[in-house]
Ligand binder design. Structure first.
Ligand code: HEM
Length: 493
C-alpha cells in the first residue's frame, strides 16, 4: 500500500527492483504502463514463477508457452517447448465459453446453490435471522462443488461433508470427510505459495528432496490419477454413445448431449478428441480440465466473499440490488434463475465490477519479457519479469475518485470508465486475458442473486478489520461474520 501511494503521488506508473544479481523485476502500477504490456502481442509468455504450477497444469492455457521471440537462439530453444500449443488450444477452447454452452451450466449452479440455501435455512430454522460466524467456508465449498461438476461432471460433495462436519461437531477431523481430490488441491495451493515466498526452495533439485517437495509430488499424483480416471470413464461412456449415433457431426453431438441433460467442459473436450484426436490428446485434456479447476475455483470464491462483505456493509447499495431483483422475480424465491434473468441484473453487475476493482482476486500477474519493449518511455530489456499489479492499477486516484470507496455507479451507463479499458483489468486484457470471464460473471450473478433474492445480509465484520492475504489468489485472512435476515417470511426449498 505504501509503495502504491508513493508511485501514484509521483505520477509514475513503473517501479523497478532486483532480486539477487540477475532477477530484474519491473512492476506496472497504472493503466498506461499496464496497457503497454497487455497490448504487446510479442510479450505474452508467463514469468518463471508460473513454472511452479506447471507440474500440475502442464501446457494448459494458463501456463502454456508461446513461441514469440525474434531472437534466433530462443527460436531454437523454444522449438522443443511446443510453442504453438497455446495458440491452437486457445482457439479451440474459446467456443466452449459461448453463452449457449454457459447456459447449460446454469442448472448445475442452481442445484448447488440450493444446498447452500438449505444450510442457511437449517440455521435460521423458525426465526427470521441467523448469524454465520464465517461465510468463507460455505462460499468456497459451494464454488468447489460447482467447478467440479461444470469442469468434470463429478460431485465433489464439498458442501455435504462440510454440513456433516458442522452437525457432527467440530472435534471430528474435517480432513477425513473431504474428497481426496479437493484436499490435494488445497494442499497444493498452500505449497505453491510457500515455495514462491521461499527463494531457497526455487531450484527444482532442492525442492524435490525436501519433505514439502515430496508432499507436492504426492498431491500431483493424487490429482492426476483422479482426473485421468474421470477422463477414461467418461471417454468409454461417450464412445458407446457415439457408436449408436455414428453419423453425427461434433456440433450435433454436443447439442444432443446438452439437450438431454447437462454437459460439462470435459465432455466438450472429449467429444472434440473422439472426433479429431490430433488436437486434443488425453494428456492435453487433463491439463485443460486441471487448468479450469485452478482458474475457476478460488477466484470466484474470493470475489463472492468480498461482494457479500461490501454489500453487507453498504446496505443502501444492497437495497438497490433488492429492488432490481424484485423487478425480475417479484416475491417468487423458488423459480430457478435463467440466463435471460442474469442479463437484467445490471445494477448487480455494477456491484460485482466494483468488488473486482477493490479486491481483484489476481492482485497481480506477470510476464517474462522475451522481446525488448517500451513502457512510459523506459526500455524494458529481454529477460525482465514484468508484473502488472492490478490491485494498484484499480486504486489509482487519478482515475478513481474516492478510490477506496465502494461506488458501483462508477460502472454505470453514464460513467466514463469505458474510456480507459486498462484501468479495470481484473480478468487481465489482451491475448492472454481470462478465457473464463463470462463464465465467472455468470456464476457470480447467479450466486449473489440467489442469496439476495431471499435474504438481506449484514456484515458484522468491517472492511478495516479485513487482513488481506496476497497469495496466488488474494483472499481474506479474517473470518467474515455475517447476519442473514429473511426478506419474505416463509421459505421452503
Ligand atoms: C472472478 C473470477 C476470475 C478472475 C478474477 C480471473 C482472472 C484471471 C486473470 C487475471 C487471468 C490472467 C492471468 C495471467 O496472465 O497470469 C486469467 C487467466 C485465465 N483464467 Fe481466469 N479468472 C476468473 C475466473 C476463471 C474461470 C471461472 C475460469 C474457467 C472456468 C478461468 C480460466 C482461466 C484460464 C484458462 C486462463 C488462462 C488464459 C490464457 O492464458 O489463455 N478463470 N484469469
Amino acid at each position: 500500500m505504501g509503495v502504491t501511494k508513493i508511485v501514484h503521488e509521483q505520477g509514475q506508473g513503473l517501479f523497478y527492483f532486483r532480486i539477487g544479481l540477475f532477477r530484474h523485476i519491473v512492476v506496472s502500477m497504472n493503466a498506461k504502463s499496464a496497457e503497454a504490456i497487455l497490448t504487446d502481442s510479442k510479450n505474452i509468455n508467463k514469468a518463471a514463477e508460473y513454472d511452479f504450477i506447471k507440474p500440475w497444469l502442464g501446457n494448459g492455457l494458463l501456463t502454456g508457452f508461446v513461441n514469440n521471440s525474434n531472437m534466433m537462439y530462443l527460436h531454437f530453444f523454444h522449438f522443443f517447448r511446443n510453442g504453438q500449443h497455446w495458440r491452437k488450444h486457445r482457439k479451440l477452447l474459446t467456443p466452449t465459453f459461448h453463452f449457449k454452452i454457459l447456459n447449460k451450466f446454469i442448472p448445475i449452479m442452481n442445484e448447488q446453490l440450493c444446498r447452500l440455501i438449505t444450510f442457511v435455512e437449517d440455521k435460521i430454522s423458525d426465526s427470521d435471522r441467523t448469524v454465520i460466524e464465517d461465510i468463507r467456508p460455505i462460499v468456497t465449498n459451494c464454488t468447489v462443488d460447482i467447478i467440479c461438476q461444470t469442469a468434470m461432471g463429478i460431485e465433489s460433495k464439498a458442501q455435504n461433508s462440510w454440513n456433516e462436519w458442522m452437525k457432527n461437531g467440530k472435534d471430528q477431523n474435517r480432513q477425513t470427510t473431504e474428497n481426496e481430490y479437493t484436499k490435494a488441491v488445497r494442499s497444493l495451493f498452500d505449497i505453491i505459495l510457500y515455495r514462491i515466498l521461499s527463494p531457497w526452495l526455487h531450484p527444482d533439485f532442492i525442492f524435490r528432496f525436501c519433505s514439502i517437495g515430496r508432499l507436492f509430488q504426492q498431491n500431483i499424483e493424487t490429482m492426476h490419477q483422479f482426473t485421468n480416471n474421470v477422463i477414461m470413464k467418461r471417454k468409454q461412456i461417450l464412445l458407446k454413445d457415439h457408436e449408436s449415433n455414428p453419423d453425427e457431426t461434433t456440433d450435433q453431438w454436443i447439442k444432443r448431449i446438452g439437450d438431454n441433460g447437462r454437459i460439462d467442459f470435459l465432455d466438450l473436450l472429449l467429444i472434440n478428441h473422439i472426433m479429431d484426436d490430433t488436437d486434443f490428446d488425453l494428456v492435453s485434456i487433463r491439463e485443460e480440465v486441471d487448468t479450469f479447476m485452478f482458474g475457476g475455483h478460488d477466484t470466484t470464491s474470493t470475489s463472492l466473499q468480498f461482494a457479500m462483505l461490501l454489500l453487507g456493509i453498504n446496505r443502501d447499495k444492497q437495497q438497490l440490488v433488492h429492488e432490481e431483483l424484485d423487478q425480475i422475480f417479484g416475491d417468487d424465491i423458488e423459480r430457478n434463475i435463467t440466463y435471460d434473468d442474469t442479463k437484467r441484473m445490471s445494477y448487480l453487475e455494477m456491484c460485482i465490477k466494483e468488488t473486482l476493482r477493490l479486491y481483484p482476486p489476481a492482485a497481480f500477474f506477470a510476464r517474462s519479457i522475451t522481446n525488448q519493449f517500451k513502457s512510459n518511455n523506459c526500455t524494458i530489456p529481454v529477460g525482465t519479469t514484468f508484473i502488472v499489479l492490478t490491485y494498484a492499477v484499480h486504486r489509482d486516484p487519478t482515475i478513481y475518485h474516492k478510490a477506496e470507496h465502494f461506488i458501483p455507479e462508477r460502472f454505470g451507463p453514464d460513467s466514463n470508465m469505458s474510456h480507459n479499458p486498462f484501468a479495470f483489468i481484473p480478468f487481465s486484457a489482451g491475448p492472454r486475458n481470462c478465457i473464463g470471464q463470462r463464465f465467472a460473471m455468470l456464476k457470480l450473478k447467479i450466486f449473489l442473486s440467489t442469496i439476495l433474492r431471499r435474504y438481506e445480509i449484514r456484515s458484522i465484520t468491517q472492511q478495516e478489520n479485513i487482513e488481506l492475504d496476497f497469495a496466488v489468489i488474494s483472499k481474506s485472512n479474517t473470518p467474515i461474520e455475517m447476519e442473514f435476515i429473511r426478506r419474505f417470511s416463509k421459505i421452503s426449498n
